[in-house]
Design a protein around this ligand. Sequence first.
Ligand SMILES: Cc1cc2nc3c(=O)[nH]c(=O)nc-3n(C[C@H](O)[C@H](O)[C@H](O)COP(=O)(O)OP(=O)(O)OC[C@H]3O[C@@H](n4cnc5c(N)ncnc54)[C@H](O)[C@@H]3O)c2cc1C
Length: 382
Amino acid sequence: MDFRLSEEHQALRDSVRDFAREVVAPVIAEHYEQHTFPYEIIRQMGKMGLFGLPFGEEYGGMGGDYFALCLALEELARVDSSVAITLEAAVSLGAMPIYRFGTDEQKARWLPKLLSGEALAGFGLTEPGTGSDAGGTETRAVLDGDEWVINGSKAFITNSGTDITALVTVTAVTGIRPDGSKELSTIIVPSGTPGFTVAPGYSKVGWTASDTHELTFDDCRVPAGNLLGERGRGFAQFLRILDEGRIAIAALAVGLAQGCVDESVKYAGQRHAFGRPIGNYQAIQFKVADMEMKAHTARLAYYDAAARMLAGEPFKRQAAIAKLHASTIAVDNAREATQIHGGYGFMNEYPVARFWRDSKILEIGEGTSEVQRMIIARDLGM
Ligand SMILES: Cc1cc2nc3c(=O)[nH]c(=O)nc-3n(C[C@H](O)[C@H](O)[C@H](O)COP(=O)(O)OP(=O)(O)OC[C@H]3O[C@@H](n4cnc5c(N)ncnc54)[C@H](O)[C@@H]3O)c2cc1C
């Protein structure tokens, strides 16, 4: 039992913390307000090696581990979640499926540019008509000679429409099994493929400096060799990807929750009411103490899930617990931080307003809180 960070992990955490404060913080409010994608920040994150953190050096990765990615996400989200989710989706949902399931050829073609941050990939699972019930996928892919012909649409796909998006991996029904169930497979669709259309970005409540689009596939043809891994393994693939991704989202949520503590301590020391800084009132101190308690315990939950994953032990339940708990307390902390800021907390120029708008999606994306409860209960044999 040792939750202290190694020297490498500490050094990474500190350098991402400095980067978030010195590079992200000064410019992100403008991107958030204007709904612009922060290309320059992403370029610098690429140079720091953040997109290659949990990957082997043979494809240009940093040779680190998934926990390193989580630490980076926590530190970024402590300042801004749009940047953090861009990294999370690029690594955990974009590059990881190719790294885990791709052929040598697919890895050699795509990973070097994805791991350097020069290019981004999206992960297209959710559809306009189905999200939690991913088995309800309706997008179809039919093998015609040596090409897949894809028809259907995907909703809310992160990193799918930036100027540097190279591809999306798409889950599609590729057949019906003898028992009548759908055979799901995953296929790589490069950006710009005829028949692949990216709709204009959504108007979102939060994460407004991140990139999210609806995608349509209309007789979109890609080579048969773009199948990712084995045919019919799509379901198993995305379950694995989402299990890991939950730890990353938990880390991101902890970052937001901790950012709420940072901003609240600062503000409570500056703002005066009834002749004293509001931080002198015990009612405010207790709020901040509770926020710190929640961020701390949620951090331990994701550390535990990540440790189990890296040890090769089962981690599904712990990842779901970490994601459920961290997203819940992120929403709690954002609400309390806004309350501590009074009217200024409702003004977009204050970071806590961003935290409040960015917190709710954490209870929805990569499996809603209800889905996390379903996973935990199922793992308990219910
Ligand atoms: C900004 C953003 C970025 C996203 N990025 C991506 C991405 O990159 N790739 C991707 O594939 N998806 C992405 N998503 C989609 C996201 O993962 C889904 O929105 C999420 O999984 C929920 O699916 P849904 O929206 O269809 O809700 P639904 O599944 O329709 O759920 C609606 C409600 O019903 C509840 N519910 C559903 N089934 C049950 C049940 N059996 N018991 C109890 N309650 C239930 C849900 O918990 C929820 O409260 C993104 C979404 C957003 C908003």
